[in-house]
Write a new protein. Sequence first.
Length: 575
Amino acid sequence: MTALVARPLPQHRRVDQRHQLIAVAHLRLMIVMLLFAAGVTLVLGRLVMLGFTAEAPDRSGAGASLVGRDDIVDRNGAPLARTIEAWAIGVQPEKVLGDKLALAENLADLMPDHDASYFYALLTKPVRFTYLERHASPALVNAVHALGEPGLTFGREAERLYPQSTLAAHVLGYIGPSGDDPTVLGRAGVERAFEDRLIDPAYHGQPLALSIDARVQAALESELGHAMATMQAKGATGVVLDVDTGEVLSMVSMPTFNPNRLQGANAEALRNNVTQSVYELGSTFKPIAMATAIDTGVVTDMARRFDATKPLHVGGFTIHDHDGENRWLDIPETLIHSSNIATARIADEIGKDRMQAMFKALGFDTRPDIELKEKGRPIWPTYWARTTVMTTAYGHGIAVTPLQLASAYATMVNGGTWRPATLMKLAPGRAPQGRRVLSEATSARMRQLLRLIVTQGTGRKGEAPGYRVGGKTGTAEVSGKGGYSRNTNVSTFAAAFPMDRPRYVVVAMLDSPKRVQENSFQTTAAYTAAPVVSRFILRAGTMLGVMPDETKDIDVSELLPLLWRQPNENGKDPE
C-alpha cells in the first residue's frame, strides 16, 4: 500500500493567504479605531452638552471681575485686601448617585458652619448646579473629594480676601452682587469708593495705599472693643486724624463685621457710624463756641467772667449746669468746669450769624468730606432762635458725625486751617491747601485751653503721661420720640496730642454705656470715653512717631492765675 505524502502548496498560494490575513487584521484594527474614535466623540459631545446645559459656576461674576482688581494696603504696605485664586465646591443635584441624606450628613461633618438639613436642601434643590462652599481651603477640597461622589464639582476661581479679618472692616467695605445684577462690584467702603481705580488696567498690579495704619487701627479697635464690652455699650466709634494733612490713621465703628463672611451681618453691623451716623455731641462743642468768641472778638480777655451763679432762663427754657460751680466763671473756668450756663451766655453774644458762619466753615451743614460714599447728613436747625444759638454752643440741637468733630478739632489746634479728611496716603508736601477758619492766635489760645481741660478739668482721665494731651469731654442725652432720655447718653472725648506741637486728633465715643464698676458707675465721658483715649495714646503714641517726654509741655502759665478765683461777697463779677 502506497503511503500518502503532503505536498507543499505552491509559492503563489502561500503569498495570497498571507495577504488575506493581513487584510483581515487591518480591517479589525480599523474597526477598533473607529469604535475608539466614536467613544471619544461621544465623551466630547457629552462634555460640550454639559457645558451648554449645566448651571456651572458663574465665573462672569466673582471670578472674572476680580482677576484685575488691585490689592489694598495700609500706609506701610501691610495687605488689607487681596485677590487670590481660591477653591469653590459645588454640586449638580441630578448627578448625585449616592444617598443624598447620608451625603448631607458627611458634608455637615466637614463644613460645620451649616447642619445636614442645610446641605440636604442644596442636594435636592431643583437646579442643575449650586455652590456648597465658595471659600474652601485645599484641605477641605481634598476631604470632600474623598467622599467619592461624582455629583460634586470642584473649581478654581478668583476670590477677594481680607487677610486681617475684621480689621478696618468699615474702611475697606466689601464686594458682591446687588439685587438682580450678578456683577460683583464694591458695595461699601474703599471697595466702592475706589471701584474705578481698583479695576483700572492702567494701575494693574499697583496696590492702592490707604492712609490707615494697621497697627494704630488694631490698637484703637482693641481699646474701644474692650470698653464697649465691659460697659455694655450699644456701640462705639473712634477716629485718629493727622491734624496737618487730614489723613485718617484709624477709623473704627462697632459693632463690626467680617468682610470675608457677610452671612449673618445685620444692617447695624454694616453701618459705618463714623461717617454715616450723626449725634448730638454735647460739650465737645464748647471749645468750638469759645474759639468762635475769641476769633470774632466777642471775648478779648481770658479774665472776663460770666454769671453761672444760677440756672439761665430764656423764654420757656431753663439751662442748667451738670455740676454747677454756682459762681461767676472766667474763660478757662468755663471750659474746665464745662459750664452750659456760661457757654450759653457767650453764645448769646456771638449771635446767630457768627455762630452759623463758624459751623458752616467747619462743614457742619453738609455731609462729611471724605472719599467714602456712606455719609450721613447732619441735623441742622431749621430755625435759629435765640435759644438755638445757645444750645448748639454746647452741642444740643445740632448733630454731626464723629469724623466732622475730629476735623473741627484738627482745625482748632493746627493753626486754624480746615482740611477735608482723606483715606488716601498722601506724599510729603501733598496735603490739600484747605481753608482758613481761625487765626493762628486763636488756634494757639485754644491749644492752651484744651490742655488745661485735661490737666485741671473734666478731661483728667484722658491724660497720657509724657504725651501732653488736650481735649474736651462731651456727654449728651440720647434723643428719641419721647424726648431726651435721662438714663441713656452718648459720651465722647475729643483730644489732640502733643499740645505743644499737635500732630494727631483722637475722638472716641461710646453709645449708651451702662453704669458698671469699670466706669465707677458713671456714664459721663470723663469716666467712659476719656480713659479709652488715654490707654490708646499710651499704646499707639510711639507708633505714630510721638515720643513721650515729661519735660515738655505747652506754656499755660499766663492762664493758671485765673483759675479758682473767688467772687466778691455779693457773688457778683468783681469786674
